[in-house]
Every structure is written in C-alpha cells, then in structure tokens.
Ligand binder design. Structure first.
Ligand SMILES: C[S@@+](CC[C@H](N)C(=O)[O-])C[C@H]1O[C@@H](n2cnc3c(N)ncnc32)[C@H](O)[C@@H]1O
Length: 254
C-alpha cells in the first residue's frame, strides 16, 4: 500500500531531480498558471495536463485555482501511482493512464465539455514529430474556441537562429552554475534506480520501462512545435515566458 507520506516524499525528490534540469522550474510553473488564470475566463476552468508525471503541475494548478478541474494524463503507471497517493483525494483532480501516441486518447479523458486549457511541462519533447502533430490535432478537437495550450519545455532554436540558440544555451548553463554551485541534485537515472530499490514501494505499479529509460528526446526544436500547432489549426502562437531555451509556448485555439 503506497501511503500519502511515502508518495509525497518521492514526489518532493522528483521535484528536486527535475530542478536539476531546469533550475527555474517553479518560476515556469507560476507563469503557466498565471496564464491559465488570466486566459480561462472563469474561476473553475477545465484543464488537461499532458504527460503529467506524478502531478507536480496539476497540484500547483489546484493550489492556485481551487475550483479548477484538472484531468492529468500520463503513460507511466508508477508516476501515476505516486500522484494518486499524494493528490488523489483532492476534489477536481483525476489521473488517467494513457499513451498520447495512441490515437483516440482524448476519449479516455471523460471531459464532459470542451476544455478551457491544456497544459504540459517537460513532456512533449518525448514525442516523435508525427506523433506530436497527431497529439496537437486531436487536442484541438477538445479545446473550446479561445482555449489555450501552454507548453513549458526546453525548445531549441538552433535550426532557425543558431547564434541565438547558442546564447540561449549559455544563459541556461550560467543559471545552472549559479544555482548548483554547492552540487547538483540527483539525476533522472539515479531517481529511478533509487525508487526501484525502496522497500516501501514493493508491490506497487511497476514503471513503464520506456519511461525509466527515457525513451526519447525527439521534438526538441521550437519550430517543430510551432509548425505542428499551426497545422493543427491553432491561431496565435508565441512565447509568454522564457529564460534561455527554457520556454513557455502558448497557442490559442480559434
Ligand atoms: C520529465 S517527465 C515530466 C512530468 C511532469 N509534467 C513534470 O513537469 O514534472 C515527462 C513525462 O512525460 C510522460 N510521457 C512521455 N511520453 C508520453 C506519452 N507518449 N504518453 C503519455 N505520457 C508520456 C512520461 O511518462 C513522464 O511522466
């Protein structure tokens, strides 16, 4: 039985591990939630969290917007179990186990009405470009007109503006040096190895081996996302927040 305390401890450790890759992760969460709050047009927005992991973003969204309804979808059973144990009791939050690469994933969400926003952090770069295009096209069918898509991720501009891309990377590395002068947090591999060895977690859902092995860093270019969103029919597409190549990309469904 995975307890609330054990799950919370592992999610805290997950958050530290993720900050090792993006020191300004909390700042980006805050900017993303500011945008949902400002753009949803109602105090109780329906929000989809794509590639939610253990629910770090979903939980922060509900902390700020307690009347929101968040449907959080991910393909990894272990991360979803942590999220369920830590946050499953919260009104307004539902976790769904689904691989976004499988067409028809929106049917499993049980939305009941068009969503006001879809959000994602550090997840969609995993998808190969054809899958990313299919995900954005399907997403557009469940967002209301004027609904927002907000994607926080590292997205490089090296294919279009290589000199800027070098500077963006340099900014990121400078921030990492400042933030981790006293030592880096554990990395992705160390976190997965540690969780596999924890006796408190014996018997809970196994991780998807592809997640633990980090199956892909496929759609790393900003242009890939912008073009896929445009092809999916999104209208205004642009950056709401950025530090180096760490971006918050926003697209509006017409
Ligand atoms: C680096 S984690 C980020 C999790 C969370 N959004 C956060 O910011 O902490 C990437 C997540 O994307 C999920 N993911 C990757 N490919 C996926 C897919 N095809 N379908 C659903 N989830 C996927 C992984 O399982 C993992 O939880």
């Amino acid at each position: 039985m995975l307890t609330f305390d054990v799950a919370t401890r592992w999610i805290d450790r997950w958050d530290r591990q993720q900050e090792g890759y993006l020191p300004d992760r909390e700042e980006r969460f805050t900017a993303l939630i500011d945008a949902v709050e400002a753009g949803a047009g109602r105090p109780d927005p329906l929000v989809i969290d794509l590639g939610c992991g253990p629910g770090s973003l979903s939980a922060r969204l509900l902390d700020r917007l307690p009347q929101a309804r968040v449907v959080a979808v991910d393909a990894d059973p272990l991360l979803l179990s942590l999220g369920e144990a830590a946050y499953g009791h919260r009104d307004g939050l539902r976790f769904v186990h689904r691989d976004l690469r499988e067409p028809g994933w929106t049917e499993a969400l049980g939305l009941g009405r068009p969503a006001d926003a879809a959000v994602s952090t550090t997840a969609l770069h995993w998808l190969p470009e054809p899958d990313l295009r299919a995900v954005y096209a399907e997403l557009a069918t469940v967002l209301r007109p004027g609904g927002l898509f907000l994607n926080g991720d590292h997205m490089s501009s090296e294919d279009t503006t290589p000199a800027l891309a070098r500077l963006e990377r340099a900014l990121h590395e400078s921030e990492e040096r400042r933030r981790f002068a006293a030592g880096r947090p554990e990395d992705w591999r160390q976190w997965w190895d540690a969780i596999a060895a924890d006796p408190d977690l014996a018997g809970i859902a196994s991780p998807n081996p592809a997640t633990a092995a980090h199956h892909g860093s496929e759609s790393l270019h900003l242009s890939t996302h912008v073009e896929a969103l445009r092809a999916a029919g999104f209208a205004e597409i642009g950056m709401l927040w950025q530090r180096g190549d760490n971006r918050l990309l926003c697209a509006v469904r017409p």
